[in-house]
Design a protein around this ligand. Structure first.
Ligand SMILES: Cc1ncc(COP(=O)(O)O)c(C=O)c1O
Length: 413
C-alpha cells in the first residue's frame, strides 16, 4: 500500500481506480457540529444526563468498550436485523483495531493460526503478522469461498499440531474480489465452522451499498455464537472519524473458572492499546446515527446511488472500451470493487508504466495473495470517482491494456 500511495503521489494527474475511499462530494464540516449537538441532546433527553455529565462524557477519558454501543446495537437491528447485546460490542479505533485486538485475543501461542479467504484484505494479513499469527489461505473459487478447501486446511493444520482459531471472510462485496456469498453458502459455512469448532471473523464495511437485494449477514444467521462481527463506520460514517467495532458475544472461561464475554477480553487488550476510542469521534458517529433514525442505510441513500451509478457506468464503459480478447471482469451487485482479468501479468512495474505513460492507476491483485497468484488481475475501485472521470480513466486504461497486450503478443511472435 505504501508503494501504491507513493506512485499516486508521484503522478497526481493520474486518475485513480486504486483507492477504495468513500465519495467526497457530500463531505461538509458543518455536519460534524450538527452530529455532535444531536448526540449531546440524546444524552440529555434519552439518557437523562445533566450538562456537567454531557461535558464529562465527551471531554473526559471514557468507557473502554465505548459510549455508542447501544446506538450501534440499534443500528444493527435496524439495518441488518441482527439482535446483539450492547455489552458484546467494543467500539474501536476503526475496524482495524477491532481486527488487531481480536487476533491478539485468539493468539495464545505459536500453534494458533488464522485461516483467511484468499485474496484477502491487507488489513487482516497485516494485523495477523503483527501478532505473530500465521495466515493460511483458503481458496475463494468463483462462489467466494471453497468450503472443501476450508475443511481440508483445518484438517491439515490440526494434523500438523496447529490450532486453526478462526477463518476471516467477507460475505458481502469482498475487498478486493467484489464477490458476495449466496445465502445457502453462508448457512453451509456456519455449519462447517460449528462442526469444526472454529470462529468466523466476518468483516462487512460494504454490505449496505447494495442494489436492493440485501442478504443476511453471517452474524444475523448465527445461532451458536460462531461469528465475531467486525464493523466499520469508515464507509457508512466517514473514515476521518476512525470508528469501528467488534461484536464478540462468545463466552470465554477464565483461569479462575469465571465466564466472561469475548468482548470483555477484547476491552482488556484495547485498554492497553488505545485506552478508549475518541469520545468526540464516537459522538459524531452517534449523532449521524440518531439523525437518520439509527439507519446507516438511510443515512447513505445519496452515497449508495453514487456508488451504484458509478458501478453501472464502469461496467458499461468497460464493455465498450475493452474488447473481448483484451480482458474480462466480474459484475458485482454493489460495494466498491470490480476485478479485471488481463491477458498479461499486471505487476507493480506495469502499474508504474500505466501511471507514467497513461495517467491511470489501479491495484495489482497480486498484493492480496500470499504467493504469486492474481498476477493477471487488477482491482478497479470506483467509489471516489465521477462518471466523467470513470470514462476518461477507462479510456486511458483501455489504451494501456491494448498497447501492453500488443507488446506481449509482439514479443511472443
Ligand atoms: C475489508 C475492509 N475491512 C475494513 C476496512 C475499514 O477499516 P477501518 O474502519 O479501520 O477504516 C476496510 C477499509 O478499506 C476494508 O476494505
Amino acid at each position: 500500500m505504501n508503494f501504491l500511495n507513493e506512485v499516486a503521489s508521484r503522478y497526481p494527474e493520474a486518475i485513480s481506480f486504486a483507492s477504495g475511499r468513500p465519495y467526497e462530494g457530500f463531505f461538509d464540516t458543518a455536519l460534524i457540529q450538527e452530529y455532535l449537538e444531536t448526540f449531546a441532546r440524546y444524552l440529555r433527553d434519552e439518557k437523562g444526563c445533566n450538562d456537567a455529565q454531557v461535558n464529562q462524557i465527551i471531554f473526559q477519558y471514557g468507557r473502554t468498550k465505548g459510549i455508542i454501543h447501544e446506538l450501534v446495537a440499534r443500528q444493527l437491528a435496524c439495518d441488518e436485523e441482527m439482535l446483539v447485546d450492547p455489552e458484546a460490542i467494543v467500539v474501536t479505533v476503526g475496524c482495524q483495531e477491532a481486527m488487531f485486538i481480536t487476533l491478539r485475543a485468539l493468539r495464545r501461542d505459536e500453534r494458533d493460526i488464522l485461516l483467511a479467504v484468499s485474496p484477502a484484505y491487507i488489513g487482516i494479513t497485516g494485523g495477523a503478522q503483527l501478532v505473530d499469527m500465521p495466515v493460511w489461505p483458503v481458496r475463494s473459487g468463483p462462489s467466494g469461498i471453497d468450503l472443501d478447501d476450508l475443511a481440508a486446511q483445518v484438517r491439515q493444520a490440526r494434523k500438523a499440531g496447529l490450532r486453526p482459531r478462526a477463518c476471516y471472510v467477507m460475505p458481502d462485496f469482498a475487498n478486493p474480489s467484489g464477490v458476495s456469498l449466496t445465502v445457502q453458502l453462508r448457512r453451509d459455512l456456519l455449519a462447517l465452522a460449528a462442526s469444526e469448532h472454529i470462529l468466523l471473523l466476518e468483516d462487512n464495511p460494504y454490505g449496505l451499498f447494495h442494489d436492493g437485494v440485501h442478504l443476511p449477514t453471517l452474524k444475523a444467521l448465527d445461532t451458536s455464537r460462531q461469528v465475531v462481527y467486525l464493523g466499520s463506520f469508515a464507509k457508512t460514517g466517514f473514515p476521518g472519524a476512525r470508528v469501528g467495532y467488534a461484536v464478540a458475544d462468545q463466552r470465554v472461561a477464565a483461569d479462575d473458572g469465571s465466564v466472561s464475554l469475548l468482548a470483555d477480553e477484547l476491552a482488556k487488550l484495547k485498554s492497553m492499546v488505545t485506552v478508549n476510542t475518541s469520545a468526540v469521534a464516537q459522538a459524531v458517529v452517534g449523532g449521524k446515527l440518531l439523525r437518520h433514525d439509527l439507519s446507516m442505510a438511510a443515512a447513505n441513500q445519496r452515497e449508495t446511488a453514487v456508488y451504484l451509478g458509478n458501478l453501472k457506468h464502469l461496467l458499461a464503459w468497460l464493455g465498450q472500451r475493452v474488447p473481448d480478447g483484451d480482458g474480462s471482469w466480474n459484475c458485482p451487485a454493489g460495494g466498491f470493487f470490480v476485478v479485471v482479468t488481463l491477458p498479461f501479468a499486471a505487476d507493480d512495474k506495469l502499474l508504474e508504466r500505466s501511471a507514467r505513460e497513461y495517467r491511470v492507476l489501479w491495484t495489482p491483485m497480486s498484493h492480496f495473495y500470499a504467493s504469486g497468484e492474481g498476477l493477471r488481475q487488477v482491482r478497479l475501485a470506483y467509489s471516489q470517482l465521477t462518471p466523467e472521470l470513470i470514462e476518461t480513466g477507462l479510456d486511458r486504461f483501455a489504451a494501456f491494456v491494448a498497447d501492453q497486450g500488443h507488446d506481449v503478443a509482439g514479443r511472443g511472435r
